[in-house]
Design a protein. Structure first.
Length: 328
């Protein structure tokens, strides 16, 4: 494997990615988190993995990590990056060369839809499936991942003339980190089996966000819907894990920030610590509805961390803010 000094970071752009919230999450870890050895870290909704890649690089006391997602293509991608980075890089380099030599937007658009059709057609090897997912992610509109009710990727062409399709250094850096990670696919509740009995387990939940209104609805990461019933089921799972002594942190949308009478999460998680934090949202058909909004950060503990080195939070974490804030 090629060695690189570049730090690991998300290899795909994912709607709702938490790069910009890393400084806040760092400050709100359990107060004595870094003092515990043999910590298990679990993400039941891994998405792009911004928190995963950050926390595994910054917290060496995490000895075991488990990530899960219901999106089978995404899970395949994580396993491909983990086990077959050389083969993946080779395919991506070929796709990048072929795409960049196209001289017109019409030709690039035709190439995009050809790849999208092959991706949706299935029957691909894991490496080809992952390469096409990354290609589509880097060339589709706004770097979205969205599927229809049949599970077919349906994001339109993004009109980027010279995107970075093959980020070799990131793939190898991520592969190295993922050697420490168990990757699973399925419902979020299956992660309970990985909770360490008699040891410290920290779970970070970043589920599909509850829509603020009809126009802002975007949680079609998989053909399975994540509605209010699922949000309630997740809360019961949160309760169960809390009773087992796990440290828990969860992010979600702040309906009350848009509509004062929308107290869905305030009522649902009334027994836990609920804080409102600012985050930027760039996925909205109406540009005037993008920008700073409050989101919820919910925890089952109240102590906040002050890392031994304030510089750790103020400087090292800044590189994560806005990692994907601009187009590729």
């Amino acid at each position: 494997m090629v060695k690189t000094k570049k730090g690991a970071k998300p290899f795909v752009k994912w709607v709702g990615g938490k790069s910009q919230l890393i400084p806040t999450i760092a400050q709100k870890l359990p107060a004595d988190f870094e003092c515990h050895d043999d910590v298990t870290y679990i993400e039941p909704f891994v998405g792009g993995g911004a928190v995963l890649f950050w926390i595994l690089q910054k917290c060496p006391n995490i000895s075991r990590a488990v990530i899960n997602d219901i999106n089978a293509d995404l899970v395949t991608a994580y396993n491909t990056v983990k086990y077959s980075p050389e083969m993946l890089v080779a395919v991506l380099e070929d796709m990048q060369k072929e795409y960049r030599k196209l001289q017109t937007e019409v030709a690039r658009k035709e190439f995009y839809f050809e790849v999208r059709g092959r991706f949706n057609g299935g029957g691909l090897s894991d490496v080809d499936n992952t390469a096409m997912l990354i290609f589509l992610n880097r060339t589709c509109f706004n770097g979205l991942y969205r599927v229809n009710s049949k599970g077919e990727f349906n994001v339109p062409f993004g009109r980027y003339a010279n995107p970075t399709i093959c980020d070799t250094a990131t793939i190898y850096a991520d592969s190295e980190i993922l050697q420490r990670v168990t990757v699973t696919c399925g419902d979020f509740e299956k992660t309970e089996q990985y909770v360490s009995r008699g040891a410290c387990t920290f779970l970070y939940f970043d589920p599909p966000y509850r829509p603020l209104d009809a126009t802002s609805s975007f949680n079609s990461y998989s053909k399975e819907k994540f509605d209010d019933e699922e949000q309630v089921r997740l809360k019961y799972y949160f309760d169960r894990l809390s009773s087992m002594g796990c440290w828990l942190m969860l992010s979600n949308s702040d309906g009350k920030g848009r509509n004062e009478s929308d107290t869905f999460f305030d009522d649902l998680y009334s027994g836990y610590k609920i804080e409102r934090v600012y985050a930027s949202r760039s996925v909205n058909a109406n540009p005037q509805k993008r920008g700073k909004l409050t989101e919820l950060l919910i925890r089952n503990y109240t102590d906040m961390v002050s890392f031994r080195s304030k510089q750790y939070v103020d400087v090292n974490v800044k590189q994560w803010a806005g990692v994907y804030g601009e187009p590729f």
